[in-house]
Design a protein around this ligand. Structure first.
Ligand SMILES: *[C@@H]1O[C@H](CO)[C@@H](O)[C@H](O)[C@H]1NC(C)=O
Ligand SMILES: *[C@@H]1O[C@H](CO)[C@@H](O)[C@H](O)[C@H]1NC(C)=O
Ligand SMILES: *[C@@H]1O[C@H](CO)[C@@H](O)[C@H](O)[C@H]1NC(C)=O
Ligand SMILES: *[C@@H]1O[C@H](CO)[C@@H](O)[C@H](O)[C@H]1NC(C)=O
Length: 576
């Protein structure tokens, strides 16, 4: 038995606390709640990864976060939570903001603060942007031209579609949505349109842009009604993933279907995830599409992790009892003829976690809580340790616990990959307004960067530096990627040099919409000069593998990623 480290002691203490708090009854998580933690069997080592504080105060709590081309990160919150901590005065007359506050249900108080900010990653400078309508608990997707489409929200924002770019700011498209959408999910489809699906009491979907019809009608989607729990819903913010055959995987509650939004193929039902634990809001697990590989372009796998047991929301809300979070992940290949879930266990239980795809193809699971659910004041026992999931490792060797943050982030937190390969982590506000004092979990205005283990300085000798990549590329086209490796000695063996195209996600409520990693086929790697190399790669083969739009291209050498270049996948048929 290795000597206990402070981390192990802390983990054991946490588990013992959960055990004592909840007894052997174990709620609905199934099985014996007292399981030997996997990490306790690992040798006591310094946990990998590093945290950096980018901003103590970004002015808004990052409920929603999106990386934008040009190296910006857009963060926004509700407009009806009372004043934020960043002034709008410099940009827009206070009167306009006051009107917003009144219309948005802000209690009539004059609100001259901003509820959205743009971070310039190059300068680390923040710029506030006015929001005319309320995007609370909304959804979004980056359009193929790099403009952000954001849809829905609350009160005066519930039927609005908005466009955002750093040069135009927010532009509202009033009454665009056929119905009110709150807690919906958006996904970019292969044809460049956006599917907007669900939302509270909305068992239907629609598209952006609309068909030519003057009065757009939503299309019914009964699966959302079927998966609504009476007391807590547990199926909001459904997990959507675009599959390489252009169909869409939809996960809601504990069930999944594959459907064709254009009705060209029948709906396929997948088995329910074993265990009966709901995974969507407010039980709030998370999900990613695992990286698509060039050697099996029609195969896709989905990973779903964490959540809170059925009934946990009501227990927390009505009884003040905070059920232990779930610790299982399910993995399934929806493209198989007879898909089955393979279950595995995370080293730590977690609800409200964010799953972030890294350029290596690994998945970072960060933020969240070990007890309770999403919803105001309903989360307990923050899980500050990120966990890495390595999909290609053997079962039982896939998880690694990483270095903890000092900042708890639970409800209304977010996380996203950035151009440098860091994971930006922000938000957390379990309160109705901004509350900083006299509460256990104050509103978080800070923004951190988590540096995954590949930032370790001991890897600097093999770390590639991306020198040149195409600005734009067509489907299946050959492209050249140039990079330097300080130590030189690149042999170009099959796994030694890789290139990954990563679609930036819209992160909110524990789900990264449109998050996607596509590994590119690498051909020859030629040495051009001492330490300078050029790899020939094939762009993604089709828009269902990689929908048109902006991707981060990372080159990886010996498993260590470079910083990324933005490469635009040109829409089919577009002029070169
Ligand atoms: C937010 O603003 C309030 C009011 O000005 C101030 O008291 C508080 O310290 C600020 N909080 C943070 C985290 O900056
Ligand atoms: C991007 O596309 C949207 C939707 O078609 C359009 O409204 C917007 O103006 C476009 N943006 C640019 C920069 O072309
Ligand atoms: C409800 O709360 C009470 C008091 O804290 C507790 O004894 C009881 O076990 C809780 N009920 C459930 C179903 O957890
Ligand atoms: C802190 O919170 C407690 C419990 O809600 C309340 O009784 C107390 O008055 C608060 N103190 C301050 C200084 O707001």
């Amino acid at each position: 038995m290795p000597k206990a480290s402070p981390f192990l002691s802390l983990l054991l203490l946490l588990l013992i606390t959960i055990y004592i708090a909840h007894g052997a009854a174990g709620d609905a998580i199934g099985g014996d709640p007292w399981q030997e933690p996997e990490v306790a069997q690992q040798p006591a080592v310094v946990l990998a990864g590093e945290w950096q504080l980018l901003h103590q105060n970004t002015g808004v709590s990052a409920m929603h976060m999106q990386l934008l081309p040009g190296d910006y990160v857009l963060m926004f919150d509700r407009t009806d939570s009372g004043p934020s901590n960043i002034s709008l005065d410099a940009l827009s007359p206070c009167a306009a903001a006051a009107t917003t506050a009144l219309a948005g249900g802000g209690g009539g108080a004059v609100d001259c603060t901003a509820h959205s900010v743009l971070l310039d990653l190059r300068s680390n400078a923040l710029r506030p942007y006015p929001l005319a309508t309320n995007p609370w608990c909304s959804s979004a997707a980056l359009l193929p031209n790099g403009t952000l489409l954001q849809t829905g929200g609350f009160s005066n924002g519930e039927r609005i579609a908005r466009l955002f770019s750093p040069s135009t700011g927010w532009v509202d498209l009033p009454s665009f949505l056929a119905v009110r959408r709150w807690y919906a999910t958006d996904i970019l489809l292969a044809d460049g349109r956006v599917l907007i699906l669900g939302g509270r009491r909305q068992f239907n979907f629609e598209f952006f842009p609309h068909d030519d019809a003057p009065a757009p009608q939503p299309t019914l989607f009964p699966f959302l009604e079927e998966t609504t729990d009476m007391d807590a819903e547990d199926n909001l913010y459904p997990f959507l993933h675009l599959l390489p055959d252009a169909t869409v995987f939809v996960f809601a509650n504990d069930r999944a279907v594959v459907f064709d939004p254009y009705n060209r193929a029948p709906l396929r039902r997948l088995p329910a995830i074993p265990g009966g634990v709901p995974r969507n809001y407010p039980s709030s697990g998370s999900s990613v599409l695992l990286p698509l590989r060039p050697d099996s372009p029609s195969h896709a796998e989905v990973l779903v992790c964490g959540g809170a047991p059925r009934g946990a929301y009501r227990l927390a809300l009505r009884n003040g009892t905070f059920a232990p979070a779930d610790r299982t992940c399910g993995r399934i290949a929806p493209t198989d003829a007879n898909p089955v879930w393979a279950m595995e266990e995370m080293p730590l239980p977690r609800a409200m976690g964010d799953m972030v795809l890294l350029p290596t193809g690994d998945v970072l699971i960060v933020n969240g809580a070990a007890a309770g659910t999403a919803g105001w004041e309903l989360g307990r026992e923050p899980v500050t340790y990120p966990v890495l999931y390595k999909p290609d490792m053997q079962l039982g060797a896939r998880f690694e616990v990483l270095a903890a943050s000092t900042i708890p982030r639970m409800y209304h937190s977010s996380a996203t990959l950035d151009t440098l390969g860091r994971v930006l982590v922000g938000g957390s506000n379990p309160h109705v307004g901004y509350v900083f004092d006299n509460v256990t979990y104050p509103t978080e205005l800070s923004l951190e960067a988590f540096l995954p283990p590949y930032f370790d300085a001991r890897l600097d000798g093999v770390r590639p530096r991306l020198v040149a990549a195409p600005a734009e590329v067509g489907y299946g086209e050959a492209a050249a990627v140039r990079f330097e490796v300080p130590g030189g000695a690149v042999s170009g063996g099959p796994e030694e040099v890789r290139v990954a195209a990563v679609a930036p996600a819209f992160a909110t409520h524990s789900f990264g919409m449109n998050q996607r990693v596509v590994s590119l086929a690498v051909g020859t790697v030629a040495q051009l000069a001492a330490g300078l190399y050029e790899a020939q790669v094939a762009a993604p083969p089709s828009p269902s593998v990689a929908p048109p739009g902006y991707y981060l291209w990372f080159v990886l050498h010996a498993g260590v990623p470079s910083t990324a270049a933005w490469v635009r996948m040109r829409p089919l048929g577009a002029a070169t």
